[in-house]
Design a protein around this ligand. Structure first.
Ligand code: 13P
Length: 249
């Protein structure tokens, strides 16, 4: 059975004061029945890890470099994330594909580095509104998957997040049928490439305007094993609503 996962992506949000939200979450969920992961900005990672140390809540990074060390000013290696207390890293988020021109092969190299370092790689895929309207969604997702998911992937080290770009931060959410269609497609693709055992064990997250009010419906969709949450992960009370929905799914 795949263990469900509620993952929060704080993006470029969070100062020292916001660690209080994490403390609140830690008090509320010392040992949740689903996996709970918070990915704060790198500046807070070590302190976030200390904040949740006595609980089962985990912390992760939002990106890493493909190399283990060296002359790469401003970058952070997968080993450094692990050293700071991370157990996972988000890779290939559409905001990084957009802001930093990350291509599938860059993401694949980063994912290899993350897996080699012992981190779980949360690889993001998703179509733009134009691509959806042109009925290219599954082609785009299939291409992103073959390009960015490394061969060494297993159910332990890989998580795939489906995040339609037009649903991120917009309050717009695909229909449950649309979410199900893409998640079933991702599952089939994984089974075909890695075999049924591995393909079935990889967790698939939905991301894009997940809120306490729509979480339960989304978690009831086939092959949705949890969520990657932006805005609603910044406040403990909001994220708690999503964790509760997942625990009850
Ligand atoms: P929102 O939940 O704010 O739409 O963000 C989703 C996201 O991009 C998570 O990585």
């Amino acid at each position: 059975m795949r263990r469900k996962l509620a993952a929060g992506n704080w993006k470029m949000n969070g100062m020292s004061a916001e660690l209080e939200e994490l403390s609140t979450l830690a008090r509320m969920y010392p040992s949740p029945t689903v996996d709970v992961l918070i990915c704060p900005p790198a500046t807070l990672l070590y302190r976030a890890a200390s904040t949740v140390q006595a609980t089962d809540i985990q912390v992760g990074g939002q990106d890493c470099h493909a190399n283990t060390s060296g002359a790469h000013t401003g970058d952070i290696s997968a080993g450094m994330l692990l050293d700071a207390g991370a157990s996972a890293v988000i890779l290939g988020h559409s905001e990084r594909r957009e802001d930093h021109g990350e291509q599938n092969e860059d993401i694949r190299a980063k994912a290899r580095a993350a897996m080699d370092a012992g981190l779980k790689a949360i690889i993001c895929v998703g179509e733009s509104l134009e691509q959806r309207e042109a009925a290219n969604t599954l082609d785009i997702i299939g291409g992103q998957m073959s390009g960015s998911i490394p061969d060494q992937s297993t159910g332990e080290n890989l998580i795939v997040a489906y995040e339609p770009i037009w649903a991120i931060g917009t309050g717009k959410v695909p229909t449950l049928d649309e979410i199900g269609e893409v998640h079933d497609f991702i599952r089939t693709r994984l089974e075909r490439r890695f075999g049924e055992g591995v393909g079935r064990s990889v967790r698939l997250l939905y991301g894009g305007s997940v809120k306490p009010g729509n979480a339960a419906d989304i978690f009831a969709v086939s092959n949705v094993d949890g969520a990657l949450v932006g805005g609603a992960s910044l406040k403990a009370q909001d994220f708690a609503g999503i964790i509760d929905a997942l625990q009850n799914a």
